[in-house]
Design a protein around this ligand. Structure first.
Ligand code: EPZ
Length: 445
């Protein structure tokens, strides 16, 4: 079982380069199979969610050529089936984008219902509402797959009842090849929605308004091949910003779109950290005397729910009491118990949507486990601040969305490795000035 193993206490310093946005790339991979011509994608992150999606589109017959670690050419002309029923696709959330893509292109799709991080109920009613509005019938099969089909898709005016990234992208995918005009109201405005729309437009779609809450789509008959570099990952960038702040470091984060990070920067400034924006990079310097602040997660341009555990870790080390209100998912405080295990003082209200964080002077190392992707990243940040050694298990979640997380942290001076057994952990402890008592202590916690 792989674990991150680290010795805390080193302020992060130096430069780190951010990869392509996982959540944009997932929609983009689905979009790429909607033409029979090749689509060349650059800046694709090498993370497990993306690799599952690549496997799924390859297994239904699309040609997937990995030209290098971050470049892939996809050709959808050889697709043989619109049924994506492989068990492994249930492990990722974004497999549902294959419904929109296949339904749009072939007017029929059947996809095993999605899983993803256990952060709440995560219904897909708005996706279904959109597909039905375009003329599709949708049913859940006995095998637990969603089947959608339509004699023809016809553009409609669709009001989303909740702002949903997934439903906005999914309906957009289906609507680009529908007849006539589709209007999506209350659309999500996240950078990944815009990125998928930009790719589709490069493929010949006619989408206007992505990035606002009204998206207008004129259906076209077919899409064509293109080349497209995926946008930098807002959340990976934000995670390194929080890591710099938490460890009182000084980090230049390269290959970012500073505008996408505005709300994250604003919170760091409120805490008394320094943030400098450049054209495509951002520099964050921590402040050992951080101020408390309050955070409420909401759809873009609000504070991202995907940054909530990471900022909680920083606030747990700030002076005073901060409050975090989770406005998107109902189970996104699963990491609190683990963080408290490391010395944080956080309580979550009975309803589960508000955390009260009393700042503490520091964390101590502990053996903790990642309950989900972003929470796992937050626990690593905590471990890098803690006194002594920390192990973070269940890192399969972290690997879903962060490429080379430990390598990038090491590049900033962090003492962190991935270990697969006790012997490797022991070697790391000995190489970093600790002794076997440190390992025994950690196991005893
Ligand atoms: C996307 O999930 C991201 N995943 C999530 O990132 C992210 O946390 C989330 O958007 C919010 O930004 C991917 O892009 C693959 P939503 P998604 O539909 O699309 C409710 C990460 O860590 N809702 O925007 O599933 C829903 O329950 C992951 O990278 C409905 O009620 O999120 C939630 O409360 C975790 N009905 C809210 O809307 C629906 O049909 C927003 O969800 C759809 C959603």
């Amino acid at each position: 079982m792989l674990q991150f193993f680290m010795k805390g206490g080193t302020p992060l310093k130096g430069e780190v380069t951010i990869g392509g946005a996982k959540n944009a790339a997932l929609g983009i991979l689905a979009a790429a199979i909607m033409t029979d011509e090749p689509v060349l994608l650059e800046n694709l992150p090498d993370v497990s969610d993306i690799n599952v999606m690549l496997r799924a589109i390859s297994d239904i017959g699309a040609k997937v050529e990995r030209l290098d670690r971050h470049t892939v050419r996809i050709t959808g002309s050889s697709i043989q089936t619109q049924k994506v029923l492989f068990d492994y696709v249930r492990n990722i959330r974004a497999s549902y984008y294959l419904i929109g893509a296949l339904l749009g292109k072939y007017k029929t799709a059947e996809v095993a219902l999605p899983g993803g991080c256990a952060i709440g109920a995560r219904p897909i009613d708005q996706h279904l509402k959109g597909f039905r509005a375009l003329g599709a019938t949708t049913t859940i099969t006995d095998e637990g797959a969603l089947h959608a089909e339509a004699p023809a898709l016809v553009g409609r005016h669709i009001f989303m009842d909740v702002v949903s990234v997934g439903a906005t992208i999914n309906v957009m995918l289906a609507a680009v090849l529908a007849e006539g005009r589709t209007v999506i109201e209350s659309a999500a405005k996240e950078p990944h929605v815009v990125d998928v729309a930009n790719l589709l437009n490069r493929m010949g779609a006619r989408i206007k308004g992505a990035g606002t809450d009204v998206i207008r789509i004129h259906g076209v008959e077919k899409l064509h091949g293109t080349y497209y570099p995926i946008v930098p990952d807002q959340i990976e960038a934000g995670t390194f910003m929080m890591a710099a702040a938490a460890t009182n470091g000084d980090v230049l984060i390269r290959n970012v779109i500073p505008k996408h990070l505005d709300v994250i920067s604003a919170k760091l400034l409120e805490m008394g950290c320094t943030v400098e924006n450049y054209d495509d990079s951002v520099r964050v310097c921590g402040n050992p005397n951080k101020n408390y602040t309050n955070v409420k997660t909401s759809p873009y341009p609000g504070f991202p729910t995907d940054m909530q555990p990471q900022i909680a870790t920083v606030l747990a080390l700030a002076n005073g009491t901060s409050m975090i209100t989770e406005g998107i998912f109902e189970k996104r405080f699963a990491y609190v118990e683990e963080l408290n295990h490391m010395g944080a003082d956080i309580t979550v209200c009975e309803k589960g949507d508000v955390a009260t964080i009393n700042g503490v002077k520091g964390f101590h190392g502990a053996a903790v486990s990642a309950p989900d992707l972003r929470a796992g990243a937050a626990l690593v940040i905590a471990g890098l601040c803690a006194e002594g050694y920390t192990s973070v298990s269940d890192i399969k979640y972290v690997l879903r969305g962060y490429e080379d997380f430990d390598v990038k942290m090491r590049g900033l001076g962090a003492q962190i490795v991935t270990v697969s057994d006790e012997k490797e952990a022991e070697e790391f402890i000995l190489s970093t000035g600790g002794d076997c008592d440190d390992l025994r202590e950690l196991q005893a916690i």
